[in-house]
Write a protein that binds this ligand. Structure first.
Ligand SMILES: Cc1cc2nc3c(=O)[nH]c(=O)nc-3n(C[C@H](O)[C@H](O)[C@H](O)COP(=O)(O)O)c2cc1C
Length: 187
């Protein structure tokens, strides 16, 4: 079957892409605004380059057309802490995808434990084995309602027992395949 994307609906393009470009890493993004700590998962997310250390994440809009809280917070504060999902916190990550009012914190509502690592960045989710402390770098202009933003990694946290002396990191992050969370398996 050959699919011509110019003839496929938006939702079907989403299904085709998200079932095919797999597994997608998940950025569980923590941001802050006026003391409200926001957390939400994003899987249209990928590393872009190591030097500079950049990642890209595409953030859509809320149903009412307004910016998602994560995007609004990043554009305002220029900071984001990217955490990672594992078997221990996958339910909390799924819950934190619920769209809440901007003044309401997913961290408080779903009782997600966070710990401050750096004074000038949002806290990280305690159960994540690694976190990337990022600064807003730029926005990629594309038509439509999705806003791809580039973030630059300034610092990284890794649990002591997950990094070896040669800088290799051994985390048990989950990815996204279609609309399901998937663990990585060794072949
Ligand atoms: C695993 C997973 C991946 C998601 N990936 C994205 C994504 O890449 N882009 C996006 O806009 N929304 C994505 N969502 C939906 C957002 O998490 C959801 O809209 C959330 O409410 C946004 O929260 P915020 O308004 O606090 O930023 C994803 C949801 C889940 C569960």
């Amino acid at each position: 079957m050959l699919l011509d994307y110019s003839e496929v609906s938006g939702i079907n393009k989403y299904k085709l892409m998200s079932d095919t470009v797999v597994p997608r890493p998940i950025a569980w993004i923590v941001t802050e605004d006026k003391g409200v700590i926001n957390a939400a998962p994003f899987s249209y997310f990928i590393p872009l380059s190591s030097n500079p250390a950049t990642v890209i994440v595409s953030i859509g809009h809320k149903e009412d057309g307004s910016q998602k809280d994560s995007l609004a917070n990043i554009l305002h504060s220029k900071k984001a802490t990217i955490c990672f999902v594992n078997a221990a916190n996958v339910q909390a990550a799924a819950l934190s995808a619920t769209s809440l009012h901007k003044d309401e914190s997913e961290i408080n509502k779903y009782d997600i434990d966070v710990k401050p690592i750096l004074e000038d960045y949002p806290p990280m989710i305690t159960s994540s084995q690694s976190a990337l402390f990022c600064e807003y770098y730029s926005t990629v202009e594309i038509p439509g309602k999705t806003v791809p933003i580039i973030l630059e990694i300034k610092k990284q946290y890794v649990d002591d027992d997950k990094i070896d002396d040669r800088f290799h990191v051994h985390v048990e992050n989950l990815g996204r395949v279609g609309s399901r969370f998937k663990a990585m398996v060794d072949l």
